[in-house]
Unconditional design. Structure first.
Length: 421
């Protein structure tokens, strides 16, 4: 029986595994490394976060993004966006150096047992563990507007369903949403020759400011300090103090999680959108139906005006909602036993443990408990450190270091099963 099974091998799962291995826990990590970054983001996209705020977390901070870029003859500079493909490759490099071998199989079911948990892999093998860390990323939580649900996937898709936008060359596409995913998807479509428009509920698009230099006069830094989520004291609090955020009243945490760092485009994207993409503001899809050649959308504005338009395909860049009822890999009894907030999000303790003893949660699932940082890679460092401490407390033992091999200087763990980009 394992001390810990980590389900998911994205930034949070890999970071947790690195800390657990260093703590000497008998560990196994399951999932295809960096799968969402490799399979669910179109080629040509960039990270919105700063390179220095996009590190995966190992205890010694050796396997940083800038260190990986240096191995490739490149750099990770402030205010210079990193390609998503490079970040995915960085994650694989981290996996090969900072964690034990990754089992690339996915988990089909997780069940609670009297002495821990039972996991069934996609090919039917049963694994048992005393604790589980669920780091499943974003893909189980895709959010589609109600008016677009149930329509033919050939006509309607989510922005996370595309690694290649080439199928839309020469077509007419409507992108629904006003955030980074919508705006960057629209820019990529326009640049390849797609007739594209953005349809957003907001009355105007929001754009992030160009970040100031890292080194500034102290007065400027004092007024608006840098943080992993942007400049300003509020962002600094969200980014650097998730433990304090967790102590806020539940209603306050829920409000902030729902409204903070709302939809906005990166500063480096603005010119690409404004010069090439049609934008329809104050518009929401009220209904949609298939017509010859595509879809007819009926849209409404806040003042009640309606406009119809036809398009060949709709891409909904409408985000994710990490509710417990979407955790399909949990068996019904375990899923139904978890305490949730009125909004359907899991209740999480100070060490990321759910209401079921031994089941720990990470990433977007914990944003309502620990704040907006959990929606970004930046939150992985606090999560990995705190969660593994919680696992050790739950196990009630100090496992001897060395139970799982941890890379020494210059040593590489065998990850022959990990595919390269």
């Amino acid at each position: 029986m394992y001390d810990l099974l980590v389900v998911g091998a994205g930034p949070y799962g890999l970071s947790i595994a690195s800390h657990a291995a260093a703590a000497g826990l008998n560990l196994r990590i399951l999932g295809r490394p960096m799968a969402a970054w490799r399979d669910n983001m179109p080629r040509g996209m960039f990270l919105k976060s700063e390179p220095w705020a996009s590190n995966l977390a190992d205890p010694e901070r050796r396997w940083r993004l800038d260190a990986y870029c240096a191995t490739q003859g490149g750099t990770a500079r402030h205010a210079e966006p990193i390609p998503v493909a490079m970040f995915a490759a960085y994650g694989l490099w981290f996996a090969s150096n900072a964690v034990p071998s990754v089992d690339e199989r996915t988990v089909s079911q997780l069940t609670a047992r009297q002495d821990g948990f039972e996991v069934v892999t996609e090919d039917g093998e049963v694994l048992r563990a005393r604790t589980v860390a669920l780091a499943v990323g974003l893909m189980p939580f895709v959010e589609m507007p109600s008016a677009l649900r149930g329509l033919d996937p050939a006509l309607v898709s989510h922005s996370s369903h595309h690694s290649d936008l080439g199928r839309f060359r020469g077509k007419d596409v409507t992108v629904v949403g006003g955030g980074q995913a919508a705006l960057e998807t629209a820019a990529l479509l326009a640049e390849q020759g797609t007739r594209v428009r953005v349809l957003a509920r907001a009355e105007q698009l929001r754009w992030n400011d160009v970040p100031p230099p890292l080194r500034r006069p102290w007065r400027e830094s004092a007024r608006a300090p840098h943080s992993g989520l942007g400049c300003g004291w509020r962002n600094w609090f969200y980014a650097e103090c998730p433990d304090l955020f967790h102590r806020l009243p539940a209603a306050t945490r829920a409000r902030i999680a729902a409204t903070a760092l709302g939809p906005a485009g990166a500063w480096w994207l603005r010119n690409r959108v404004e010069t090439t993409v049609e934008v329809l503001l104050d518009r929401e899809v009220a209904s949609a139906r298939a017509v010859p050649g595509g879809l007819r959308l009926e849209t409404v504005s806040r003042c009640g005006g309606s406009v119809s338009l036809e398009t060949e395909h709709v891409i909904a860049a409408t985000g994710f909602r990490a509710a417990v009822d979407r955790l399909g890999l949990l068996d019904a009894e375990l899923r139904g036993s978890l305490a949730t907030t009125p909004e359907g999000f899991p209740v999480v303790g100070r060490s990321f443990e759910s209401s079921h003893p031994g089941l720990f949660l990470a990433g977007l699932l914990t944003a309502s408990a620990f704040g907006p940082a959990m929606r970004f890679v930046h939150g992985a460092t606090y999560t990995a450190t705190t969660l593994v401490q919680g696992v050790r407390r739950r196990l009630g033992t100090r496992a001897p270091a060395g139970t799982i091999p941890v890379p020494a200087a210059g040593e590489r763990i065998d990850v022959s099963s990990v595919a390269r980009p």
